[in-house]
Design a protein around this ligand. Structure first.
Ligand code: SF4
Length: 252
């Protein structure tokens, strides 16, 4: 069973394609928790859950009752018909971690249909789960935004940094770029060394750094220190336009 959390048509708010009209499909579930990001969200059962800014798409225990179960690829394809989409508009598959479904036949069939219709498919992934490019060549047509988790996520090094997966996704896909979430307090926590280590697995892949935060206030607090970090290291700064515009509102 595939779980879909939400879908919405908006503009891409971060990374290389910021500003690009995109249909977002957010899938439920993740192989990490990233409690180090410290975002808090109250579930319907009253429990305050700590995690990343999409904790409602990660934590199955407290949020899955709101997720939609998908048992046929046509259910996903039908979502496209709900919107008046321009031809070939970008489709962004995010989460949670969408690649937990990478080998699911329903999921692969959906990707093939999107490609047949001329859409560019971008995965927003933590870059720790590989895909089988030989068995499912559709992945060679996809773009991968590799949001590899850093020390500030609170996840263990071996879980979050998989050099073989990074190399595979970056070298066999249509396109890939790194996208890191960084907050002001973490800038000095040896993140430079970590980013260098991650990049060593795909040195030509471009780096975008974006401010951590699930709210406009948090994003603003982290923006200027991060810009200074990017200037010093030669990385690209990526805003989080959707949060700056719509703050904590979901589905935009
Ligand atoms: S990997 Fe991404 S979606 Fe999963 S918990 Fe971490 S930040 Fe959230």
């Amino acid at each position: 069973m595939i779980y879909l959390v939400e879908h919405f048509y908006s503009i891409q708010g971060e990374g290389k394609y910021v500003g690009t009209p995109s249909l977002f499909l957010r899938f439920g579930g993740c192989n990490m928790r990233c409690e180090g990001f410290g975002c808090r969200e109250k579930a319907d059962d009253g429990v305050e859950v700590v995690g990343c800014d999409t904790v409602y798409a990660v934590n199955k225990e407290h949020f899955a009752h709101n997720w939609i179960g998908i048992s046929q690829s046509v259910e996903l394809v039908n979502i496209l018909e709900l919107y008046e989409l321009p031809d070939g508009v970008d489709i962004v598959l995010t989460g949670g971690e969408p690649l937990i479904y990478a080998n699911d036949e329903i999921f692969v069939a959906f990707l093939e249909e999107l490609h047949k219709r001329g859409h560019r498919i971008t995965f927003e992934t933590n870059g720790s789960l590989g895909v089988d490019f030989e068995k499912h060549p559709i992945y060679k047509e996809c773009v991968f935004a590799l949001s590899v988790k850093l020390l500030n996520s609170g996840e263990s090094y071996t879980k979050r940094i998989r050099g073989d997966v990074i190399f595979s996704l970056a070298s066999q896909s249509a396109e890939a770029f790194f996208k890191f979430s960084i907050d002001a307090d973490s800038i000095n926590l040896a993140l430079e060394e970590e980013i260098d280590e991650i990049r060593s697995h795909s040195p030509k892949t471009k780096v975008y750094c974006m401010p951590v935060g699930g709210s406009k206030k948090e994003v603003e607090k982290n923006t200027e220190p991060l810009i200074e970090f990017c200037k010093a290291k030669g990385y690209n700064f990526s805003d989080r336009l959707h949060i700056r515009i719509w703050d904590e509102n979901k589905g935009v």
